[in-house]
Design a protein around this ligand. Structure first.
Ligand code: B12
Ligand code: SF4
Length: 611
């Protein structure tokens, strides 16, 4: 790629640079793909991107000081991006079915001037979370006072402003897709961001390809299109070049049908092992040392449309898949993405065997928690959402299947016990302010959180304020919309979760002191004005300057009640009898009357004797 003037700005600093000073001599590429810098980096692991989704831009200095090199990205020889989010890679792959390689490039935002030229007809942006209006992202920025500008959103806007100021802007159409595209249509920011069309759905579909064709022919585009999701395993494409964090899809859809969930609206598909492995090898070939299989629930893989309900994990298939992944030469690190908690109660032995396989390649170390010799840990994302059975019945009645949702607190506590015993310390999300949430619901969730503390269980608890996500079964519901509306109990839940998260970091003599003083200073300086009076006592609780017992005596907080919950054995005994046939005898705790599976059947079976 030749340039007429400067060689672009290679720093990826995300500044307000415009594109008018750089002109590609070869006229640029027909289709240019990109994504916000902050969604592209695969430096420092998942947590940095999650932090960027939640921290306001004025706190960028915190990340700069912890990860001074986070903006450094790698280029291919021709200036294209060496890694891109999996979504971009699939758009690229979809396009390469119809267009020549030299017509399609994927580049970092700062390199756009090198590729957008007179020949460019489409600039396609893939984005996860451009405006930060999704759950967890909005809440923390608003606690700190500027809810509209998380770091990620700042960089996404910076990308759009680069595109908007291109001297060639009139020649090309801007198409946006990815799981965060809806944020643009919902907020009607098309003009502001200079976006022509938002695509909801997957790039593999004919609808998406037709749109690119139209743009190339210079036709007007609709504001928004719905692109159909493939319904078969074979219709899903796989990246054959490097992806951010080595993300390779493992499943689509979920099947548990939570009312607030977007990915569950997609068909439940587990993707072919050979294709997954080919993508893993492609990542390694291009220099990636880390792999992460993207899924809503890793435990459904191998059990979709097998005749066994998907919530009884296929132990052998999962162990085989993960073993091949981590034993692929060149894979040095493997990170889990999402799962659900009930499978760990269903098959604890699977968890133990997965730990044996996966811990050695986990980049996560939790020295205060892990019993692994190198202190390694596994931290998948799991939805806890609420401790209130009443609320759970409304918003996620199948979250704990095969167990009844009435046993949700028991499933969470037993599941977490089994996970912790095997050095899994999950990141668990909670929803605060769901529509119709009462004080009693929040107390029930606090009961569960305090019970975790009492039992010495550990998860990183990430509470977020309910956000009605586009297209979900709850899209028209309204919950809490800003932090000032939170009740004292809801604030307490938020702050208690964070207080518990900081436990492993608080063993140094200076740790607790720093948090106490720091949080009180922040409260005096800014937070009390932003968040209102309901925030005051929960913040004092968080700071640890007044004991929780004293705060309760003063009537300022609620101390969770001890919970009497079911053991694994009791949970298993409560299963519907037609599920007994799927239990694995080697996990023990078998219900009275269980008989071992008949050798003539492949799945373990049992015959219920009483109802
Ligand atoms: C891996 C992952 C992560 C990783 C890595 C992300 C990365 N940059 O690569 C990490 C952990 C960092 C992460 C972070 C977050 N994530 Co995330 N993440 C996922 C996960 C599991 C997989 C994403 C993925 O790569 N999928 C595979 C690719 C191929 O799918 P895709 O990107 O959707 O692309 C397809 C289509 O969207 C379309 N497409 C994509 N781009 C484009 C562009 C054009 C032009 C077109 C036409 C089509 C198109 O075609 C592709 C297929 O062909 C999804 C769940 C899921 N299954 O999608 C959640 C998910 C996307 N994340 C979600 C959320 C909420 C977040 C966070 C905000 C969480 C938080 N509070 O911290 C942050 C935001 C990070 C940020 N930078 O702002 C939500 C999104 C909700 C929303 N936006 O409405 C999801 C759906 C999870 C969920 N259960 O709700 N995430
Ligand atoms: S378990 Fe998770 S992925 Fe599945 S439907 Fe519920 S929220 Fe969605």
């Amino acid at each position: 790629m030749n340039l007429d003037k400067h060689d672009g700005n290679r720093s990826n600093g995300g500044g307000a640079e415009t594109m008018s000073n750089v002109v590609p001599r070869d006229g640029g590429r027909l289709i240019v793909l990109t994504a916000p810098l902050t969604e592209t980096i695969d430096h420092a692991g998942y947590f940095i991107q999650m932090a960027m989704a939640s921290l306001p831009i004025w706190m960028e200095f915190v990340l700069d000081s912890k990860y001074p090199k986070w903006r450094q990205v790698e280029h291919n020889e021709d200036g294209t991006a060496r890694f891109m989010p999996a979504g971009v890679r699939l758009v690229e792959k979809s396009l390469l079915r119809q267009y020549r390689r030299e017509d399609v490039v994927a580049c970092f935002p700062d390199d756009l001037p090198r590729f957008i030229g007179a020949n460019t007809r489409v600039v396609a942006v893939s984005t996860h979370n451009p405006l930060g209006v999704t759950f967890a992202a909005g809440v923390y920025t608003s606690i700190f006072g500027s809810s509209k500008m998380p770091i990620n959103s700042h960089y996404a806007r910076d990308l759009f402003s680069k595109i908007k100021t291109s001297p060639y802007r009139k020649n090309f159409k801007v198409i946006v897709g990815g799981s965060g595209g809806w944020q643009i249509s919902q907020t009607d920011t098309y003009e502001e961001l200079s976006v022509d069309c938002v695509v909801e759905g997957r790039s593999e579909s004919a609808d998406a390809m037709e749109l690119f064709q139209k743009a190339i022919c210079g036709e007007d585009l609709p504001r928004q299109i719905e692109a159909r999701h493939p319904t078969t395993r074979d219709a899903i494409l796989f990246p054959d070049s490097r992806t951010t964090f080595g993300v390779v899809e493992m499943t689509t859809g979920c099947g548990r049908r939570c009312q607030f969930c977007v990915p569950d609206l997609n068909p439940q598909i587990d993707l072919p092992k050979e294709k997954i492995l080919a993508s893993v090898r492609a990542n390694v070939r291009e220099g990636n040392k880390q792999i992460s299989l993207a899924t809503e629930d890793m435990f459904i893989w191998g059990q979709v449309q097998t005749g066994t309900p998907f919530f009884f994990p296929n132990r052998e298939a999962l162990l085989d898949l993960y073993s091949e992944i981590v034993n692929t030469p060149g894979v040095e690190q493997h990170v889990l993405s999402h799962c659900t908690i009930a499978p760990s109660v269903v098959d604890p032995l699977l968890i133990r065997k997965l730990s044996d396989l996966l811990l050695p390649k986990s980049p996560i170390h939790l020295p205060r928690l892990s019993t692994h010799p190198q202190k390694k840990a596994l931290s998948p994302l799991i939805g806890l959402e609420t401790g209130s059975v009443r609320m759970a019945r409304q918003i996620m009645p199948s979250k704990g299947v095969p167990f009844s949702i009435d046993d949700w607190p028991s499933v969470v506590l037993e599941g977490l016990r089994i996970l912790n015993q095997n050095n899994w310390f999950p990141v668990m999300t909670l929803i605060v302010g769901s529509p119709g949430e009462t004080d009693q619901d929040v107390k029930d969730t606090l009961d569960l959180v305090y019970e975790m503390e009492r039992r010495g269980l550990f998860a990183f608890l990430i509470p977020s304020i309910f956000t009605p996500l586009h297209d979900t079964r709850m899209e028209n519901k309204k919950g809490v919309t800003e932090t000032r509306q939170l009740t004292p109990l809801q604030w307490q839940l938020l702050m208690k979760c964070w207080k518990m998260n900081l436990r492993p970091g608080q063993y140094s003599w200076w740790g607790p002191m720093a948090w106490r003083i720091g949080s009180i200073i922040m409260w005096l300086y800014k937070l009390r004005k932003i968040n209102g009076p309901n925030f005051t006592w929960p913040l004092w609780m968080f700071s640890g300057s007044i004991s929780e017992k004293n705060l309760e005596r003063m009537g300022k907080i609620y101390l969770g009640r001890p919970l009497k919950t079911k053991t694994r054995k009791e949970l298993v005994a409560s299963l519907r009898h037609n599920y007994w046939q799927y239990l694995r005898a080697d996990n023990g705790d078998l219900p009275k009357g269980y008989t071992p599976p008949s050798p003539s059947t492949s799945a373990p079976r049992s015959v219920p004797v009483a109802s």
